[in-house]
Design a protein around this ligand. Structure first.
Ligand code: MN
Length: 487
């Protein structure tokens, strides 16, 4: 079960519109997720519209709504036409007495009643114990048993604040899966960085289902991440999950863009650096055999390795980067390109993919005219106008004039360029944008670095000017030309 749209949306600062939720649900369905927890119907009118739109979208996945053990929650879920509910009953004494101000027996009774109510209205029910890992195990089992009696289809054990450890998870799930007459699911949080390990350990113990989120989004430190759980099962345990792994990276980027939550560069599998190599000695090994410094092929999750050049670059990094770009250079030419890359690195400059391309093209004398050329641009910006930009581009000799607006002048000109190139570069997306003032002061040299991607291929580009707008435009044009040329 993927809960990106429910627990993931509870990430501080995230609120998804109906349209964004629908886009994510479709991507999850394409991944082959069997159950999508689309939200919590009681939350708001907008949330219900989103859940309903997802339920009506004809997806293969079972669509689920979160519910408390309150009949009104079930009624709202029914209005959204979901297939199932994730019915959550607090089970630790801390939650029962402090939060609910009820007794254990009352909670057991209400959980069974609401389960019966939902079943009577045609819903599948996954009865979940909130804060299970701090609950009395005997009470938890009694609540589960009552739930099964009342018709619950599945049960779930929630490690709500991430206190489980893997050995204990295996033990608990061995016991629960043999003593209970319904399949049991695991829901883990990452407060101690154990979410994935606990999830995999619970599955090893006998859990039949796991709750995950894309990029490990979720409350506080997040939930078990889909990409980590799926790929560790697939690659480390050789277990076929039925997930279309090649879509994982694309989905991770989509969720990051739509939620506005960046993925840490060192995040397992989907982080920017997960398949990026810089140091010369590693790249030397990679050249001989990719497996030397790669845990698995990045293509398995639909991404590509990146060779970053700079101060630590070795001859082999340059050779490999050229090879990845499809350029052929002789020994002397590689040596010359290497020298120029080192020079840039020594000046403290980051060598982007488009820089390397330019250097290589100069050395190899294969300088190709940019396919997309910026002829001119104009920007109007101020405190009482909407930042507006107009651009004139030539694309393969064809002239295109377009305009765009934005939150600021840089945004406006980038939007104008994107609209102008729609015909040849529609699927290019801007993944990252960084600005550095290299020398300080308002007249400083500004370096803009971008990451752009097209069909799962991500490249870096940069522009350096004393003017932030021109530097941004330069970086975008450089990167776009690299991506378009590759096609
Ligand atoms: Mn949770």
């Amino acid at each position: 079960m993927d809960t990106t749209l429910r627990d993931g949306e509870q990430t501080p600062g995230v609120a998804l519109t109906r349209e964004k939720k629908l886009l994510i649900a479709r991507a999850l369905d394409e991944l082959g997720i069997p159950i999508i927890e689309a939200g919590s119907a009681i939350t708001s009118k907008g949330e219900r519209e989103a859940i309903k739109a997802i339920a009506k979208d004809g997806l293969s996945a079972e669509i689920c709504s979160y519910c408390r053990i309150v009949k009104a929650d079930v009624d709202y879920a029914l209005k959204c036409d979901v297939d199932s509910i994730h019915l959550v009953a607090p089970v630790s004494d801390l939650h029962i007495r402090t939060k609910l101000k009820k007794s254990r027996d009352e909670v057991r009774q209400i959980a069974a009643d609401v389960t019966e109510y939902a079943k009577a209205h045609g819903l599948s029910v996954e009865l979940s114990g909130e804060d299970s890992s701090r609950a009395d195990p005997e009470f938890l089992k009694a609540l589960y048993s009552d739930g099964i009696e009342a018709g619950a289809d599945r049960l779930c054990y929630c490690d709500t604040v991430g206190l489980l450890v893997p050995e204990k998870a295996t033990e608990i799930f061995k016991e629960l899966s043999t003593s209970l007459k319904a399949p049991i699911s695991v829901h883990c949080h990452n407060d101690f960085g154990f979410a994935t390990a606990n999830t995999v350990a619970a599955l090893a113990g006998g859990a039949k289902q796991a709750h995950v989120t894309i990029n490990g989004l979720g409350e506080r430190s997040g939930n078990a991440s889909l990409e980590e759980v799926v790929m560790s099962l697939e690659w480390l345990y050789k277990y076929d999950t039925g997930i279309s792994c090649k879509q994982i990276y694309r989905t991770s980027r989509l969720v990051s863009r739509l939620t506005g939550i960046p993925v840490a560069p060192n995040k397992a599998l989907v982080g920017g650096n997960a398949f990026t190599h810089e140091a010369g000695i590693h790249v030397h090994g990679l050249l001989a055999d990719k497996a030397t410094y790669e845990p698995m092929s990045p293509e398995l999750i639909g991404r590509q390795r990146q060779i970053v050049l700079g101060k630590h670059a070795g001859r082999s990094s340059v050779a490999l980067a050229l090879k990845e770009m499809g350029l052929e250079a002789g020994e002397a030419q590689t040596e010359e390109i290497f020298k120029r890359v080192k020079q840039m690195g020594d000046q403290g400059k980051f060598v982007s993919d488009s820089d390397l391309q330019t250097i290589a093209e100069n050395v190899l004398n294969t300088y190709s005219k940019p396919l997309v050329k910026l002829e001119e641009f104009t920007i109007v910006s101020g405190n009482r106008v909407t930042p507006t930009a107009s651009v004139k581009l030539s694309i393969k000799e064809r002239e295109i004039i377009q305009a765009g607006i934005g939150n600021g002048p840089v945004d406006a000109v980038i939007n104008a360029i994107r609209r102008a190139v729609r015909s040849c570069a529609e699927d290019i997306s801007l993944e990252e944008y960084h600005v550095d003032a290299i020398t300080g002061g308002t007249d400083a040299l500004v370096e803009v670095r971008m990451k752009l991607s097209k069909n799962g291929r991500t490249i870096s580009s940069s522009g350096a000017r004393t003017d932030i707008i021109t530097a941004s435009v330069e970086a975008l044009m450089n990167g776009m030309n690299r991506l378009v040329r590759e096609d």
